[in-house]
Design a protein around this ligand. Structure first.
Ligand code: AMP
Ligand code: ZN
Length: 469
């Protein structure tokens, strides 16, 4: 099939025409959440934009298989293998077991995704399901001489690689940020950038989840899980790997180091990274404690899909600053958009040629390095155009396969509401007539019948009023 989707590839730092390894098929991997707390809306920005990438590829005709891990073990509070174990921290905070915490926050994550119309990846695999695969990969890395045992931990030896810093145009300084966070330096490491593949001895004597391994009872490092889980489901090659920009180093750099050393060939062709959502103090992060969640937005009266639209109105390769003011403006823009679509009054069939032409325009817009704001502009232009309403409605429904903003939500509702309204008004008239006849039993029965349907009647001086219970 024709390849026309363009994406910025962090490996080459260029916008490239995406060409999958197998014609018409895409294998895609996304680093999933670390489930020790709710996802904040920054994390969800990444997942929204990755969802757009997946849906755009599907819309353009590709057969996509997408895999996501769930990090329920191994992620320490510093990405450079030090600090506290994030899962253990969550368990202590809530006086629960690590597995209870993992289950609770995995479910919470997918609830949030549902509210934001983020499609669940085809495969979702928790790290704790794959311990044997991790051990196998580490054994092979040791056999091949890419890893060493020191102080009872297993480390990856980055000096064995010709080019460890594959995302090369990242300045060395930027790359070392993760390592600089690393306050207590690990003396077992041969090179500063080496990283842990398997922990047996660490300061976490109370680590809850531990497994037998050839190197003693312990648990895996964070990076190994994504290499193994992706290969388990996608094989030795992958087309697109996604994550937030903070994953570029060290996480994705280390994933590439392990995977390519293990496989002996190039692993993934395209790297897609979403920039951060910031608040006034900088990058939104879970460890800051005070962070914004989908539930919090809902408590404040926002529709989660307004947040999705807020994300889609900006480009994924630019940092985005969150503010309630912008979210308020987005709420009214979203309402207006839905109302415009609700007012469409289709009669007859959609025009197939117009439909196909606009569909192409939409693919060209969003397919140009996920320019979602341009995609929304195509939607507005289409609604303003002189196309017939039937075509417009069909196009709005079609674009929504990618945008997933529930664009026709108000149409459904209006019909139900107007049906309900005419039903209630008819009953009120009936009751009025009964009262006039002094048939109060009938009048009361009608009131009760409405109440059963959740409608409350109020007799006021201006006449009968009704409201939903
Ligand atoms: P975590 O649950 O911490 O492993 O992160 C889940 C995903 O969210 C990863 O892809 C991160 O790169 C991404 N992420 C973390 N913080 C932000 C942020 N402030 N804005 C956007 N994405 C983020
Ligand atoms: Zn990962």
């Amino acid at each position: 099939m024709e390849n026309r989707i363009k994406i910025f590839n962090t490996l080459t730092r260029e916008v490239e025409t995406f060409v999958p390894r197998v014609d018409g098929k895409v294998s895609m991997y996304t680093c999933g959440p670390t489930v020790y707390h709710y996802a904040h809306i920054g994390n969800l920005r990444s997942y929204i934009m990755e969802d757009i990438l997946e849906k755009t590829l599907r819309y353009a005709g590709y057969d996509v298989k997408r895999v996501m891990n769930i990090t329920d073990v191994g992620h320490l509070s510093s990405d450079a293998d030090t600090g506290e174990d994030k899962m253990l921290k969550g368990a202590k905070r809530e006086h629960k077991t690590v597995m209870e915490i993992a289950k609770f926050y995995t479910d919470a994550f997918f609830d949030d995704c549902k509210k934001l119309n983020i499609k669940r990846p085809d495969v979702v695999e928790p790290a704790t399901n794959c311990i044997q695969e991790f051990i196998h990969m580490i054994e092979v890395l040791l056999e091949k001489g890419y890893a060493y045992v020191a102080g009872d931990n297993v480390y990856f030896d980055t000096s064995k690689l010709e080019d460890y810093y594959v995302f090369s145009s990242q300045s060395e300084k930027e790359l070392m940020v993760g390592v600089r966070d690393d306050v207590d330096e690990d003396r077992n490491k041969r090179n500063k950038s080496d990283f842990v593949l398997w922990f047996t001895k660490s300061k976490f004597d109370n680590q809850e989840l531990k497994w037998e391994s050839p190197w003693g009872v312990g648990y895996p490092g964070w990076h190994i899980e994504c290499s193994c889980i992706s290969m388990k489901h996608l094989g030795e090659y992958m087309d697109i790997h996604c994550g937030g920009v903070d994953n570029i180093f060290p996480h994705h750099t280390n994933e590439i180091a392990q995977s390519e050393s293990y496989l002996g060939h190039k692993w993934c062709n395209y790297w897609f990274h979403v920039h951060h959502l910031n608040d006034k103090t900088g990058k939104m992060s879970k460890s800051k404690g005070d962070f914004l969640t989908v539930s919090l937005l809902e408590e404040k009266g926002y529709n989660p899909l307004v947040y999705r639209m807020f994300c889609l109105q900006s480009h994924y390769r630019k940092p985005l600053e969150f503010s309630y003011e912008v979210l308020d403006n987005m709420t009214s823009a979203y309402e207006k958009l839905l109302n415009a679509i609700a007012r469409l009054n289709p009669s007859g069939e959609a025009d197939e040629a117009d439909f196909a032409a606009y569909r192409e325009k939409f693919i060209d817009a969003v397919g140009n390095d996920m320019n979602t704001a341009m995609g929304i502009t195509v939607l507005y232009d289409m609604l303003k155009s002189d196309l017939g309403d039937a075509t417009k409605l069909k196009l709005a429904e079609s674009f929504d396969e990618v945008l997933s903003l529930d664009l026709t939500a108000k149409r459904g509702k209006q019909t139900i509401d107007s049906d309900l309204e005419s039903y209630v008004l008819a009953k009120i008239e009936e009751r009025k007539a009964a009262k006039k006849e002094k048939d109060f039993a009938k009048a009361d029965a009608i009131r009760a019948e409405l109440l059963e349907k959740g409608i409350i009647l109020e007799d006021t001086r201006e006449g009968v009023k009704w409201k939903k219970a």
